[in-house]
Structures are given as structure tokens and as C-alpha cells.
Design a protein around this ligand. Structure first.
Ligand SMILES: Cc1ncc(COP(=O)(O)O)c(C=O)c1O
Length: 397
């Protein structure tokens, strides 16, 4: 295969997002000191791609109609969600079990509110998506960090150590599957271990599966809901927003099979007066379709090649190690073997390579020597990023 035989006109063009008030490019200077004029935004988890045409077509149809009133009957929208979960994940979802939140950070906050009390412990398996801790702490609950085992870049559960760590004050576990930031697709046996751990400690298990469609060849995502004997404590969270790059729509699916948990969640949503916005519904419904599915299949081919190029380029730098992603477009790079302290490798990435990447410690214990790079961008940007990194660390070669 030549270097450019696998280009794709939907993903290759570099779309200039600067000046659109997007978080990724327009906030990187204030957060990372990297100018969007000559820097690369490889941090927050959205893609530099347009969503599939079916999503844009649905918005255009809405625009052409021209009246933007309250949304009503959600039957077709919920059917589209059920169709997606059944065809893509072999998961039968009852439409009555679906809540539509303003995304999954909002979904996490609602779960914290509905199922725990101030002062309760909420368990996270770190390093993990940083917003979980932010939401838990903002609600005056305690984050209990259970650190994943990292063996030469491969992450695994460490439930025996966690059993000894918990003291009974914990009420909930927020689990990330597939995992952000290490890119693991948890096996069925590992999911069973997590479910057993939740049962042993009487924890509500919130399974955030927002990255469940972004799976690389050779791996299969199993929804936590596929396990037996867990539904009475399980809250499933999925979304169309990562999959189709429509995070600005702020829409997420919280799916609760158990009627008791469902009633408690519904009460919180009702008390806050939450209901979905019509733009998000229209976009998500259009995306959860055969045309959307074909687009995701092509996206994964493109991302897989990005992943290979990025990993080969980064792993060629002595001392840097990019975890082999099984899912997600978020590369987790370990700088521990460079012998540099965090300020020095971060300075090189931000000031010499001019790349904005997420800082590892924001993901909790175990993230200290890492930066996270978003590789969901055009191939040319990935090649540029690799070149910049090789130059910034040329003295290690
Ligand atoms: C695991 C996980 N959950 C939730 C989110 C954000 O979800 P939302 O935009 O729906 O709030 C992200 C974004 O990166 C994520 O990685």
C-alpha cells in the first residue's frame, strides 16, 4: 500500500475551524499556550470532520421548513436509537427505558444526583475521563480513585487491590467502556469482573459507553447490559455525538432497564425540567440510520490508518510509548522513559512541537507521565504532528 492509497475525500480536507468559537481550536491558546495560527489542536475529543451527509440533510430539511418550535412525539427518534443498538451492538433496548439527557457529562451528573448523597464515595477506575471527577466533586461527593494496572502499556483491572481499598462508604461506580484514555475494549470476562465488583460493594454501576462505535478491527465491544444478573443496579449511557462528531448537539442516551432506578432518574430529570432540544433529536435520529452506519464503517478505516501512522511515528522516538488503541481516537502517550520531568516533556510538546494535547494528570492517578493526543483529524495533520514530535525530541534519537 502506498502512503496515500487510502485517502478519503470525506476525511482528508483540512477544514479551518479557527474563529468558529469551537472549543478545540479557539480555546487552545488560552489553555495550552499554543496558537491556532501555527499549532495543532489534538486535545478535546471531537473530530475535525464533517458528520455524514444524512445529518446535514436533516438539518437542511429542518431549516427549509423554517419553524423551530417545541419537539413533540419522540417515537421515531427512540426507534432509531433501538435500531442502532440492535443492529450495531446486538442489544435489545426497550424504548421506554431511554432518557434523553444533554449529553453524558449531564447524564453522569444526573446519576450522581439521583443515586447518591453528599459525602458518598463514587468509584472511578483511573486514569479515566476527567469530567467524571469534576462532576462528582462539584456535587459534594467524594471521588474514590481505583488505579488500573499498567503493564508495559497494557491496562487491566486490579479488583483485588480495590477490594482492600473500599470502606463501604462508596455508593456508585462510573465505568468507562471502551476506556478513555487508554483505548481498551474490555473483554466479557473483564466486564464480568467489574459487575461482580459492583455487586460485592453494593454499587450502582454506571457504564459510560460513549466510545462504543469507535472500535478497531480485531476487537468487539460488549455492552455491559449483555451480562446476566446486573440489570437491577445498571445504568447504561451511550450517545451519537462521539460517533458522528455532533458533540455540539449535546444529546445523550441514558438507558435504564430497572424500573426502580428508572423512577429515581425520571424524578431528578423532572425536578430539573430537563427535556431534549429539537436540533439534537433531528441530528441523532438521522445519524442512527443505514447511511450513518456506512459512514462509521468508513470512518474507522480512516482512523485505523491514522492510528498506525501516529503510533509508528511516536514509538520510533526512544522513550515515548503510544498505547495500542483498541477503540477511540484518543492516543495515550507515555513519556516516563524519556527521563524528563513533566514540565519538560509538556514544554517540548506545547512550545517546540506546538501541539495542544491533554495533560495526563487531569485523568487521575496513573496519568502523571502521559499526554493524550486526539488523532481524529486529516491524514496530513497526523503526518505533520509526527514530524513535529520527532523534531521536538530529536536529541533522544
Ligand atoms: C467517556 C466519555 N464520556 C462522556 C464524554 C462527553 O460526553 P458529552 O459530550 O455527551 O457530555 C466524553 C467526551 O470525551 C467521554 O470521553
Amino acid at each position: 500500500m502506498t502512503a496515500h492509497s487510502d485517502l478519503d475525500p470525506r476525511f482528508d480536507p483540512i477544514i479551518n475551524r479557527v474563529g468558529t468559537s469551537c472549543s478545540k481550536w479557539d480555546a487552545m491558546e488560552s489553555l495550552y499556550g499554543v496558537s491556532p495560527q501555527d499549532g495543532l489542536a489534538m486535545w478535546v475529543a471531537d473530530m475535525d470532520f464533517k458528520p455524514p451527509a444524512c445529518v446535514a440533510d436533516a438539518l437542511v430539511a429542518m431549516h427549509n421548513h423554517g419553524v423551530y418550535g417545541y419537539y413533540g412525539d419522540q417515537t421515531a427518534y427512540k426507534e432509531a436509537i433501538c435500531w442502532w443498538m440492535q443492529t450495531r451492538h446486538n442489544w435489545h433496548v426497550d424504548p421506554a427505558s431511554i432518557f434523553t439527557t444533554h449529553g453524558l457529562v449531564n447524564g453522569t451528573g444526573l446519576c450522581v444526583d439521583a443515586f447518591t448523597k453528599p459525602g458518598d464515595g463514587v468509584v472511578l477506575m483511573t486514569p479515566v475521563y476527567h469530567a467524571f471527577a469534576r462532576v462528582i466533586e462539584a456535587a459534594d461527593r467524594r471521588v474514590v480513585e481505583c488505579e488500573l494496572a499498567n503493564t508495559d502499556g497494557h491496562y487491566s483491572l486490579d479488583t483485588a487491590a480495590w477490594d482492600a481499598q473500599l470502606d463501604g462508604s462508596e455508593k456508585m461506580l462510573v465505568f468507562c467502556s471502551p476506556h478513555n484514555p487508554n483505548g481498551r475494549v474490555w473483554s466479557r470476562a473483564e466486564l464480568q469482573e467489574v459487575a461482580d465488583f459492583a455487586k460485592r460493594h453494593d454499587l450502582i454501576l454506571v457504564s459510560d459507553e460513549i466510545h462504543h462505535d469507535l472500535i478497531y478491527p480485531g476487537f468487539t465491544h460488549t455492552p455491559m447490559s449483555a451480562l446476566d444478573g446486573i440489570s437491577d443496579r445498571l445504568v447504561m449511557m451511550t450517545a451519537s455525538t462521539k460517533t458522528f462528531n455532533i458533540a455540539g448537539a449535546h444529546i445523550g442516551n441514558v438507558i435504564i432497564a430497572d424500573e426502580g432506578l428508572r423512577a429515581r432518574f425520571a424524578k431528578r430529570m423532572g425536578a430539573l425540567g430537563l427535556s431534549p432540544n429539537s436540533f439534537g433529536i433531528v441530528m441523532a435520529q438521522a445519524a442512527y440510520s443505514p447511511a450513518g452506519a456506512a459512514w462509521v464503517d468508513d470512518l474507522m478505516v480512516y482512523l485505523d490508518r491514522n492510528r498506525q501512522i501516529f503510533d509508528a511515528g511516536i514509538n520510533a522516538i526512544p522513550g515515548l510509548k503510544s498505547s495500542r488503541l483498541e477503540a477511540t481516537y484518543l492516543s495515550w502517550v507515555d513519556f516516563a522513559d524519556t527521563g524528563m520531568d513533566r514540565d519538560e516533556f509538556t514544554r517540548r510538546v506545547q512550545q517546540d512541537a506546538k501541539i495542544a494535547a491533554n495533560h495526563g494528570p487531569t485523568f487521575g492517578k496513573g496519568g502523571e507521565s502521559f499526554l493524550r493526543f486526539n488523532i481524529a483529524t486529516s491524514r496530513a495533520v497526523i503526518e505533520d504532528a509526527v514530524e513535529r514530535m520527532q523534531k521536538a525530541f530529536a536529541d533522544l534519537q
